[in-house]
Design a protein around this ligand. Structure first.
Ligand SMILES: Nc1ncnc2c1ncn2[C@@H]1O[C@H](COP(=O)(O)OP(=O)(O)OP(=O)(O)O)[C@@H](O)[C@H]1O
Ligand SMILES: [Mg+2]
Length: 451
C-alpha cells in the first residue's frame, strides 16, 4: 500500500506551496489545488486518504470541502487549516466530522504529526472494512441449493453472465430465490468486493422512492439538512437489485432509463451530475410482458434491463429440490439454534413432497425452522408441522395399516371431504373439484358414497 494520498486545498499560494512541499517530503502522494470547486471535482474523480483544506476560501469554502469528502469518501479524514481568528469555526467543523484543525501560521512539525495520526486512523478503518468484506464474502458465500437439472443449467448461465456487467431481469414467484440468485450473480462478478444493495420499488411512494434511489443535496427541500447519497450512488462499483420493478411509477421509469443510458445521476435538488457505475438486476413476481402490454411498464426500459433474463420456476415444479433443501435448512437451523435435530420423519418428508408450497422456498424454510424449534426428539415429526400441512396429512396422506393408500382410495377420501366442506351440495362440490356434475355422480356411485 502507498503511504497515503493527500489532497491539499488552500487558496493562499505560499501556504499551499509550503504544505505541498512538506507532504511530498514525507513521502505522500500529493494533489494540490488552490480552488475549492476544483477540489470538489477532484473528490469525485480520485480517492484520497486525507484532505487538508483551508477553512476560509473564496467561493467554495473548507466546510463544503469537508461535507463533500464525508459524502463521497467517508473513509477519508479531513484536516482544517485556519487563521488564528477563526479557530471557533474550526472547532465547529470538528463537530461536522473534521479530524482536527491546524492554526496558521503553520508549524510544520504539527502538520506532520496531525497528518500522520489521521492517516493511521484511515488505514485502520480501511483494514477493518476489508476484513469485514472478506468475512462477509466467506459467511455470505451465497449457496444456491439445487439438484434439479434445469436449475443447474440456470446457475451455469448465471455464472457465465455474472462477470459481464450486463443488466439482468429475474422472474419467479414470491420466495423462489430471486434475491438469492441476484446475490449469487453479484458474488460471481468482478464487483463482488463492491456493495450489493437491494430496494423494493413497491414499498415506497414515488417521492420516497426517488429520494432513496437518487438521494438529495443539502437544502433540496425543508428537512433536507444534510446531503444524502442515494442507493444508486452508494451501489457504485457494485450491484443494485430493484425488486418489484413493475411497481415503479412511469416517471421514475424514465429517470431510471436515463441513469442506465447516461451512467450518471442527479441528486434531488442537484445541478451537477454524479457519475455512477452500477450493475442493475431487476426482479419481479409479476408478468412483465403483461405490464408492458398494458402500458404500465416502459418497453425501452425493459430492453435496457432485460439483457439477460432468468426465470426461477416455483418449488412445486422442481420437487427433486424439496428433500435437498429440507435437509439443508434442517442443518442450518439446528446449527443456528444449537439443537441436534438431524432428521425428518418419513411421514414429514412424504407430506412435504406432496405439498404445493404457494410460498415456495421461503415457506419450506419457515416450515423447517419451526420444526427444528419445536422438536425435542432429534427428529422433526408431523406434530411439529404447521396446522394446514398436518391437515393435509389427516385428510389425504395417512398410511393405511402401514401401507401407502392407492389413488382411488385417495380420490374417495378427498371427494368425501369436499362434500363435507360444502355441506353436501353436489353442484358446489363438482365446481370445487373442477369436474361436471355427471362425472361427480359417476364417482359417487363408483365409491358408493351416495346414500
Ligand atoms: N435454492 C435455494 N437455496 C437456498 N436457499 C434458498 C434457495 N431459494 C430460496 N432460498 C431462501 O429462501 C428465502 C426466500 O428467497 P428470496 O428472498 O431470494 O426469494 P424472492 O424470490 O426474492 O422472494 P420475493 O419475491 O418474495 O421477494 C431466502 O431465505 C433464501 O435464502
Ligand atoms: Mg425478494
Amino acid at each position: 500500500m502507498h503511504r497515503g494520498r493527500i489532497l491539499i486545498v488552500e487558496d493562499e499560494p505560499v501556504a499551499l506551496k509550503n504544505l505541498e512541499y512538506v507532504m511530498k517530503k514525507e513521502g505522500y502522494q500529493v494533489v494540490a489545488t488552490s480552488s475549492g470547486s476544483n477540489a470538489l471535482k477532484l473528490l469525485q474523480e480520485q480517492e484520497f486518504d486525507v484532505v487538508i483544506t483551508d477553512l476560509k476560501m473564496r467561493r467554495v469554502d473548507g466546510l463544503e470541502v469537508l461535507q463533500r469528502t464525508k459524502a463521497l469518501q467517508p473513509e477519508a479524514e479531513v484536516i482544517m487549516v485556519t487563521a488564528y481568528a477563526s479557530i471557533p469555526s474550526a472547532v465547529q467543523s470538528m463537530k461536522k466530522g473534521a479530524y482536527d484543525y491546524i492554526a496558521k501560521p503553520l508549524k510544520l512539525e504539527e502538520v506532520r504529526r496531525v497528518v500522520r495520526s489521521a492517516l493511521e486512523k484511515v488505514k485502520l478503518r480501511r483494514e477493518n472494512l476489508q476484513l469485514r468484506a472478506a468475512l462477509e464474502g466467506y459467511q455470505g458465500k451465497v449457496k444456491f441449493i439445487t439438484q434439479e437439472p434445469s436449475m443447474l443449467r440456470l446457475l451455469e448461465v448465471a455464472r457465465q453472465i455474472a462477470p459481464t456487467d450486463c443488466n439482468v431481469v429475474l422472474t419467479g414467484e414470491s420466495g423462489t430465490g430471486k434475491e438469492l440468485l441476484a446475490r449469487y450473480i453479484h458474488y460471481h462478478s468482478g464487483r463482488s468486493q463492491g456493495p450489493f444493495l437491494a430496494i423494493n420499488c413497491g414499498a415506497f411512494t414515488e417521492e420516497l422512492l426517488g429520494n432513496e434511489l437518487f438521494g438529495h443535496e443539502k437544502g433540496a427541500f425543508t428537512g433536507a439538512t444534510t446531503l444524502k447519497q442515494g442507493l444508486i450512488e452508494s451501489a457504485s462499483g457494485g450491484t443494485l437489485l430493484l425488486d418489484e420493478i413493475t411497481e415503479m411509477s412511469p416517471s421514475m421509469q424514465v429517470k431510471l432509463l436515463r441513469v442506465i443510458q447516461e451512467r450518471e445521476i442527479l441528486r434531488l435538488g442537484g445541478t451537477e451530475p454524479v457519475s455512477v457505475d452500477v450493475r442493475f438486476i431487476a426482479a419481479t413476481n409479476r408478468d412483465i410482458q403483461e405490464a408492458i402490454k398494458s402500458g404500465q411498464f416502459r418497453q425501452d426500459l425493459f430492453f435496457r434491463l432485460n439483457v439477460v433474463a432468468l426465470h426461477i420456476p416455483p418449488l412445486a415444479e422442481r420437487r427433486q429440490d424439496i428433500p435437498l433443501l429440507s435437509y439443508y435448512f434442517l442443518k442450518k437451523y439446528s446449527a443456528l439454534m444449537n439443537k441436534e435435530v438431524a432428521e425428518l420423519s418419513e411421514e414429514v418428508m412424504a407430506l412435504l413432497m406432496n405439498y404445493d408450497f404457494p410460498g415456495n422456498v421461503r415457506e419450506l424454510e419457515n416450515i423447517i425452522e419451526r420444526g427444528v424449534a419445536l422438536s425435542n426428539t432429534g427428529r422433526v415429526e408431523v406434530a411439529h408441522l404447521p396446522e394446514d400441512l398436518r391437515q393435509l396429512s389427516i385428510r389425504t396422506f395417512r398410511r393405511k395399516e402401514g401401507r401407502i393408500p392407492t389413488l382411488e382410495e385417495q380420490e374417495m377420501a378427498y371427494i368425501r371431504w369436499v362434500l363435507k366442506e360444502v355441506g353436501g351440495n353436489k353442484t358446489m362440490a363438482a365446481q370445487a373439484l373442477g369436474i361436471d356434475r355427471a362425472s361427480l355422480w359417476r364417482k359417487l356411485k363408483k365409491y358408493q358414497l351416495e346414500g
